[in-house]
Design a protein around this ligand. Structure first.
Ligand SMILES: Cc1cc(N2CCCCCC2)n2ncc(-c3ccc(F)cc3)c2n1
Length: 245
């Protein structure tokens, strides 16, 4: 069994990794299972990959769990998906705390069922003393929605006389994004997308400006710690440029 983790340069582990967890429906379809079976299995992968990333020393792991576009899916599927945060935490909060992992959630949580909002808020409260890796779920999140909200927030500051238009710069927008509390780790160094699609799908549009993208063919339910190490090895094998030579 190949162990890629041993080959990693521990000094160059990406501080912030973002993952588009794609392929859950196709994984289920290939096994003649209902789509929700893929989501259920995908949640088990979230647990595995969270622990693996934490053990590798990743500072922030952002996971695209539900996009603003996902509301268009069949209502039965949306209902199932909205129950997953509760299922995740009912079995996994002790493991998160044991691994010193803190839960954060970004997105428009006001549109979620109140039960989902409550379980998410409780998980953030229960893990807020943890100062290890931040597990940052994107829930009812959209990159364009985030930029619109940031723009509205800044426009209100200008209207209130707290800021002039000339003072608006990249830092102003960075500080108005939902990732502002992540500080120096707000921008992912590495974005992974599973299931072969090579699209950004309205994920972290502002933050991914200089990120390395690694696309893997595995469906998310088949992704694991070894897959994560392979993606990090690919990241480490690339020359990192920030627009310079
Ligand atoms: C909607 C949804 C879907 C969801 N899937 C499982 C992973 C594959 C992607 C789609 C289905 N997972 N997995 C974990 C969560 C979650 C979200 C917030 C939170 F605070 C705790 C856990 C989740 N949420």
């Amino acid at each position: 069994m190949e162990n890629t983790t041993m080959q990693l340069d521990r000094e160059r582990i990406p501080k912030h990794i973002a993952i588009i967890m794609d392929g859950n429906g196709r994984w289920a379809q290939a096994r003649h299972l209902p789509r929700v079976a893929g989501h259920q299995q995908g949640m088990q992968t979230v647990k595995k990959v969270t622990i693996a990333a934490s053990q590798l020393g990743v500072k922030v792991l952002s996971l695209y769990a539900f996009s603003t576009e996902n509301w268009k899916r069949p209502q039965t599927e949306v209902k199932f998906l909205m129950q997953l945060p509760g299922k995740f935490f009912s079995t996994f909060v002790p493991d998160l705390i044991a691994n010193n992992v803190r839960v954060q959630v970004m997105g428009d949580l006001t549109q979620l069922p109140s039960a989902t909002q409550q379980v998410v808020q409780k998980a953030m409260d229960d893990t807020k003393a943890c100062d290890g890796m931040i597990l940052n779920f994107a829930l009812n999140y959209g990159g364009r929605d985030e930029i619109v909200r940031a723009t509205q927030q800044i426009a209100k500051q200008v209207a209130a006389g707290e800021l002039t238009a000339d003072q608006i710069d990249e830092t102003t927008l960075t500080n108005a994004m939902m990732t502002s509390e992540l500080g120096e780790y707000a921008d992912p160094e590495l974005m992974i997308r599973t299931s072969g699609e090579q699209r950004i799908s309205n994920f972290m549009l502002w933050q991914l400006a200089y990120s390395e993208f690694v696309f893997v063919n595995q469906h998310w339910p088949d992704f694991d710690g070894e897959s994560l190490a392979q993606a990090i090895l690919t990241f480490q094998s690339r020359h990192r440029r920030f627009g310079g030579l």
